[in-house]
Ligand binder design. Structure first.
Ligand code: PMV
Length: 320
């Protein structure tokens, strides 16, 4: 009746930005990400007939705001007639700040909940349930380089290369620790409804996805760098042109971009990506990580940096 699971956030290199179906939370296009290893969320789920309602504790504090999304996800795993649940979440990085905390949270949640409910589920079906709660969460069920394909009525998700096949390093520059002003779900719906660039963004996704997939399979760093940066900047251009505009960057985000450009101009293998928040993620070959980290640490406005390799998909830790 109780199970604990862990998942790591993932960083999209080809972004998910826009939904085909808002109610089912189905993405309008595919995406490709890397799952990290040193950032984590642990979720513990215990079903009990003695509880009168679901209870959620995040990092030792009760969380009423997130509870409806968590409860809806548990309903999808165990049915609406399930016993109520006590859910506890812990993580080692900032929440809701553009570091994909919802991805690792929902990925860990579905693994813990299905085990606590006594089910034997396969990873893809759990990824689909996690994806209904947070589109990017579907990818954190899998490790390494992960591709999500968006079908008309469902998603498919798979690892296209293992973490060990091409062990890249991700250096994260935290430029602000607060919660972001607009959540990604609301922001992408606003982009779809009002950005003049949204339709061309979607049109170009299949080609970007294919280019990134080929680059990963051939371990072609320069090709992956070019398509991933272009894809990230296109996504943010869509946001900037939305009404009202959505700008997640701050001055420090831009200094970090400039630092990455400087390293590239000196011939170093590094590129950046930025999600729905002001943090910059620099992806590099492992032997460049020290230099990249120190360059980002020296950017004005960077609060701290974190380094991660690539890791595994969501895993069950314990069940009783
Ligand atoms: O999964 P959501 O609803 O938090 O949206 C994720 C959006 C981005 O992080 C900006 C892109 C992505 O593919 O992860």
């Amino acid at each position: 009746m109780r199970a604990d699971a862990q998942a790591q956030p993932n960083i999209a290199l080809i972004k998910y930005w826009g939904k085909r179906d808002i109610d089912e939370n189905l993405p309008a296009a595919g995406s490709l990400s890397v799952t990290l290893d040193s950032l984590w969320t642990r979720m513990s789920v215990e079903f009990s007939d003695a509880l009168r309602g679901d209870e959620l504790v995040v990092n030792a504090a009760s969380d009423e705001k997130m509870l409806p999304r968590i409860s809806a996800c548990l309903d999808r795993v165990a049915g609406t007639d399930r016993p109520r649940a006590s859910i506890e979440s812990k993580g080692n990085f900032p929440i809701a700040a553009g570091l994909a905390s919802s991805a690792s949270a929902f990925a860990a949640l579905v693994v813990a909940a299905s085990t606590a409910a006594g089910q034997e589920s396969n990873t893809l079906s759990l990824a689909r349930i996690a994806g209904a709660a947070s589109g990017s969460a579907a990818r954190s069920l899998f490790g390494g380089f992960v591709e999500l394909q968006a079908g008309d009525t469902n998603i498919d998700v798979e690892t296209i290369a293992e973490a060990g096949d091409w062990p890249l390093t991700v250096v994260i520059a935290i430029t602000e620790e607060g919660v972001k002003p607009v959540g990604s779900g609301e922001a992408m719906n606003r982009s779809a409804a009002s950005s003049p660039f949204y339709s061309s963004w979607l049109e170009q996704q299949p080609a970007d996805l294919q280019s990134a997939r080929d680059a990963v399979l051939q371990k072609d760093f320069a090709r992956l760098a070019a398509v991933a940066e272009h894809n990230c900047l296109k996504m943010h251009s869509v946001m900037w042109a939305s009404r009202p505009p959505i700008v997640y960057w701050n001055i420090a985000t831009l200094s970090c971009m400039e630092a990455v450009r400087r390293l590239q101009n000196e011939g170093h293998a590094v590129f950046f990506t930025i999600d729905a928040g002001p943090q910059l993620k620099a992806i590099c070959l492992p032997d460049e990580a020290r230099l990249v980290r120190s360059a980002l640490d020296n950017c004005a406005g960077v609060v701290r940096t974190m380094v991660s390799g690539l890791g595994a998909g969501a895993t069950l830790l314990e069940s009783t």
